[in-house]
Design a protein around this ligand. Structure first.
Ligand SMILES: *Cc1c(COP(=O)(O)O)cnc(C)c1O
Length: 229
């Protein structure tokens, strides 16, 4: 049984309220801000708590883990929407396109081509966000800011359903300038959606026009990478 007053349900309610408050005080919020509940590393039971609390939009960052958790959940909750937010290898494109409704981490044309080819085969047309390495950090994935517009054009030419840009700003520095830069790049590229903001900074991202915030820890609690593959 799922308790109706579960911790996950309470956390969701609290985050939704904070999103509304941030939108209310933002000078130029996006027309809508969607909450992606990032359930990576968390078990099916925690996800069911969120689904039972009427949440429908989720993010996972590993194909194998998502395949282990989501096919049965999708049967039980057919209106759930699942977004891939983690790095994707082209050799996983087939399984990934079969499972995910959107990809936030497209950062090279080879990956875009693999998704386009699989989408055609499977009759699926997932939403695509181009990931920008907004702080130009060597260890992070994403296309460099100055190369973003060129990649956007290449992805568009493939006929993919390209909707926006995504970023993860550098850790432990003020994220506002990076959110501002992603907003500018999105405007220059003519892309309406911005996937930015996590547990620690989603309110700032909303002030810069985030349309999708990706929140894990503040909903599901801390991740234990040791306990689960
Ligand atoms: C894990 C993850 C998140 C969620 O991070 P929290 O700090 O737990 O909210 C958001 N975006 C990406 C790309 C992630 O990998």
């Amino acid at each position: 049984m799922v308790p109706t007053n579960s911790a996950v349900a309470a956390n969701l309610e609290y985050i939704r309220a904070r999103i509304e408050a941030a939108r209310a005080s933002a000078v130029a919020p996006a027309p809508e801000t969607h909450l992606i509940a990032v359930s990576k590393t968390h078990p099916v039971e925690a996800i069911v708590e969120a689904l039972e609390a009427s949440h429908r939009l989720f993010g996972e960052s590993k194909v194998q883990e998502a395949l282990a958790k989501w096919p049965v959940l999708r049967e039980q909750y057919p209106d759930a929407e699942l977004h891939m937010i983690g790095a994707l290898q082209t050799n996983k494109a087939k399984e990934a396109v079969g499972l995910f409704d959107a990809f936030h981490s497209v950062d090279r044309v080879k990956l875009a081509r693999a998704i386009a080819a699989e989408g055609e085969k499977q009759g699926r047309n997932p939403k695509i966000f181009v990931q920008v390495n907004i702080g130009e950090e060597p260890q992070k994935s994403g296309v460099a800011p100055r190369e973003t517009l060129a990649l956007v054009e290449e992805v568009r030419a493939l006929g993919l359903n390209l909707v926006g840009l995504m970023c993860v700003p550098p850790f432990d520095v003020a994220p506002a300038p990076y959110f501002g830069l992603l907003k500018k790049l999105g405007r220059d590229a003519g892309l309406p959606l911005l996937s930015m903001g996590m547990s620690d900074d989603f309110e700032i991202a909303i002030a810069f026009g985030a349309t999708h915030v990706r929140v894990g820890t503040a909903i599901f609690g801390a991740r234990d990478y040791g306990a689960k593959a």
